[in-house]
Design a protein around this ligand. Structure first.
Ligand SMILES: C[S@@+](CC[C@H](N)C(=O)[O-])C[C@H]1O[C@@H](n2cnc3c(N)ncnc32)[C@H](O)[C@@H]1O
Length: 218
């Protein structure tokens, strides 16, 4: 690829989206929170929480998902998982009272190696993250492993063709077909229902893959 200031900038944007860090990471976190609130709220609605569950936002980035989960769970527990130290530190500052109250726990980690025991979670969401997971099968198995037999999870991904037309996705993104992601989740033992969210920023709807533990493995 020919080097140019534009290429360098796009590479920086791609890298920041996959692993926000430093002063630019703080900007990226704010942009993510503003732009992704809608699909994240829609994903949380798909969990159909009653208020007492133990749930996680895997790859929480700017942390708007943590805010919404904490607001929706009166008596439940929220976990945030992200490999970015900067995003963990940001969430630590933003949610000091929830951390002190024991309503929120933060973990530096990845979806491939989730820091939870088997069946520990009633629900999880993970949006705009699988683009950065090098091993999709390991990620899917991890997400399945931590879910209770009656739990639900939601994987959120933008339309891969639309994503492929965005210049920044040429840098550090793995744009897999939605069917490949569904297949990996099914192989891991999840039943998947594909829903969509009309994202005003994109020409194609955002995908919400609603996962339940498959009855044959239940
Ligand atoms: C584009 S941001 C999305 C943040 C948030 N989920 C949202 O939709 O606004 C991607 C986030 O995924 C995290 N991430 C990267 N690789 C990951 C992995 N293997 N497992 C979990 N999270 C990952 C990054 O650190 C970053 O915070």
């Amino acid at each position: 690829m020919r080097f140019s200031p534009r290429t360098a900038w796009l590479r920086t944007v791609g890298k920041q989206l996959g692993h926000p860090s430093g002063p630019l990471g703080a900007v990226v976190a704010r942009v993510l929170n503003r732009g992704n609130r809608g699909p994240i709220a829609a994903a949380i609605a798909e969990l159909e929480l009653t208020g007492t569950e133990t749930v996680a936002d895997v790859g929480f980035g700017g942390g708007i998902g943590l805010d919404l989960l904490l607001a929706g769970l009166g008596g439940g527990l929220v976990h945030g998982v992200d490999p970015s130290t900067a995003m963990i530190e940001r969430a630590r500052k933003a949610h000091a009272s929830a951390l002190t109250a024991g309503r929120l726990t933060l973990h530096e980690g990845t979806m491939e190696q989730l820091p939870f025991g088997d069946g520990a979670l009633d629900g999880w969401i993970t949006l705009n993250t699988v683009y950065f997971a090098p091993d999709l099968a390991a990620a899917a198995h991890g997400l399945r492993r931590v879910l209770t037999p009656t739990g639900r999870g939601v994987v959120g991904i933008a339309d891969p063709d639309w994503m492929g037309r965005q210049a920044f996705t040429q840098h550090g993104f793995r744009l897999r077909p939605v069917d490949d992601i569904i297949a990996a989740l099914e192989v891991a033992g999840l039943e998947v229902e594909r829903r969509t969210f009309d994202d005003p920023r994109a020409t194609e709807p955002f995908n919400l893959l609603v996962c339940r533990v498959a009855s044959r493995t239940g």
